[in-house]
Design a protein around this ligand. Sequence first.
Ligand code: PEP
Length: 249
Amino acid sequence: MRRPVIAGNWKMYKTQAETRAYFAALAPLVAGSTHCDIVVAPPFTALAAAVEAAKGTSISIAAQNMHWETEGAFTGEISAGMLLEAGCRAVIIAHSERRQFFGETDERANKKVKAALAAGLTPLLCVGESLAEREGKKTEEVLERQFRGGVAALTSAEFSRIILAYEPVWAIGTGRTATPEMAAEAHQFLRQLAAAAFTPERADMLRILYGGSVKPDNIKGLMAQVEIDGALVGGASLKAEAFASIVNF
Ligand code: PEP
């Protein structure tokens, strides 16, 4: 039985004051929500405020990106160790916006996954095809390349500590959601890849989240699919009430 995860990705939204107000609203709404892991990923500048505000709740804080080196002359970058020290428990890696706008490659994603694991963070590795790739019937090819690239050279024990997010690029921030069946099909394919790369047992334990315009009114249908182990939520995670109702699907 895989424990569901509902994760919110705030992207480049919210100041520290807005972060404190958000957690004050969210905490009571999810106080009794023991059925899933709850994760919120604020921008770097709001991490400390989020960690402080989430104390005493079951909400974990994640970062949205990191560098793979532990330290060095990498202006503007943050290491996994720094995130851990700031109170993060997880980190989103290779979100499609980073792949699209910031040159994230599978090779870099893989270095980040390994560095996150080495530091004791849970990597939340994102994969997903663009609309052109889906229409060109390349979905499986893209997922296979991103999955294999992202988890390359991980040991089976390391692989057991990652979370995968299937986020079709055409569904992110567009209001266009993959149907639960489409998402489940992609998840099943990813699980087969995991079984081939590691073991069927590891694949069976892998938590695969769906992301792409998840809202309070479509989460139930998505979570009804056995293949879908949770959601990575962008826009709808910005309002505490909406995110709470997704958590409490
Ligand atoms: C995301 O940012 O990962 C995401 C899925 O965004 P949205 O829910 O807004 O589509």
